[in-house]
Design a protein around this ligand. Structure first.
Ligand code: SF4
Length: 355
């Protein structure tokens, strides 16, 4: 079944190189999920009770090849994308991932600027892959680390994986020059809110940039409750009491994390407050799933099949106009409407969208 997207009249450009959606948000960032598989089972993303040994992940034939990803990435860059983030599932469980990075690294924006290539990982394969990824052209890396306490970390990854091996992976990333390493922490009340200060002390000492993420109602399987959310205001108060911090201006429109600076000059941290301080108004992100669907929001209930077009022989122009038309009619702002939303369509799982 080929879906039809009515072209709502002339697309509007911001006068330079990007398409704008219904809220004048330019298409700037593309998150590319290269696999729906992961070697962890974090309860807020892929609870092992649901995604057990028998869970049927996508068969190889259904996921995009590196060549298909490279082609689509080039088209998105032509439409204004400046940042590509490689994600999953866990992207490093996909074989030969440095080869994909090497294929993406030469991409240039219409005005000749290098495209910013970043990767988000759980860090479990970084001791082996950090150097090859950096050599392939990766510039920035984000590692998920929900606690320094080994027991808590093992509970939060759902597979009893030791924290020491992820810390070693972070060290390998730094040795490979992927600095500053950004470290994502999903806070879930009752599981790891007591880890805030120890993580902050560690990141201050090591020079890493922490980003605390409010637990979100992504997908349909994590049993999300508002009571389990540790609000950004509480995180700010906890840290400010230990080391005074002050807010920083966003680095660019659409930057996801609120930035805070330590007044003593020992670096900065970020807070991603999708629940208590939604930022849909500046959301410039699109998502490409492993099987080639375009999603315009993390909380989407459905996507737009680009793989079918690709494999049916569509030209770059046809793909460009399809993607442009999808973005131009985009009106997503789930987080801003979360409280009012009554008709809850089943949302696509976060690991399928690349977070
Ligand atoms: S909820 Fe959707 S529109 Fe809002 S910031 Fe997240 S991805 Fe963007």
């Amino acid at each position: 079944m080929t879906e039809t997207i009515e072209h709502q009249g002339p697309t509007t450009f911001d006068g330079r190189d990007g398409r704008l959606d219904r809220f004048d948000r330019a298409l700037r960032d593309l998150r590319i999920s290269v696999t729906d598989r992961c070697n962890f089972r974090c309860p807020y993303c892929m609870p092992k009770e649901v995604f057990g040994r028998d869970y049927a992940f996508l068969p190889r034939a259904e996921i995009l090849t590196f060549e298909e990803i490279r082609r689509l990435a080039g088209i998105f860059v032509g439409l204004g994308v400046r940042k590509l983030r490689v994600t999953g599932g866990e992207p490093l469980v996909r074989h030969d991932l440095p080869d994909l990075v090497a294929m993406l690294a030469p991409l240039r924006t219409p005005d000749g600027q290098p495209v910013d290539i970043a990767l988000t990982t759980n860090g479990s394969a970084l001791r082996r892959l950090a150097r090859p990824l950096a050599d392939a052209g990766l510039r920035r890396i984000t590692v998920s680390l929900d606690s320094l306490d080994d027991d808590t970390f093992r509970r939060m990854n759902g597979v009893d994986y030791p924290v020491a091996r992820v810390l070693d992976g972070i060290a390998a990333a730094r040795e490979a020059g992927l600095t500053p390493v950004k470290v994502n922490v999903v806070l879930r009340r009752g599981l790891n809110e007591s880890s805030v200060l120890s993580l902050a002390a560690w990141a201050r000492a090591e020079g890493h940039v922490l980003r605390f993420i409010e637990y979100m109602d992504v997908g349909t399987t994590n049993g999300w409750r508002l009571d389990d959310v540790v609000p950004a205001a509480e995180v700010v108060a906890t840290i400010d009491a230990a080391w005074p911090i002050e807010p920083l201006e966003p680095g660019y429109r659409g930057e996801v994390a609120e930035r805070w600076r330590y007044r003593d000059g020992r670096g900065e941290l970020g807070i991603i407050a999708s629940v208590t301080r939604p930022f849909c108004g500046d959301c410039t992100r699109a998502r490409l799933s492993a099987e080639g669907k375009l999603y315009t929001c993390l909380f989407s209930a459905s996507g737009h099949d680009l793989r079918e077009l690709l494999r049916a022989g569509a030209t770059d122009d046809e793909l460009t106009s399809r993607i442009g038309a999808i973005w131009t009619v985009r009106a997503d702002r789930y987080s801003e409407l979360r409280a009012q939303a009554t008709d809850r369509l089943p949302k696509v799982e976060m690991f399928a969208l690349g977070g």
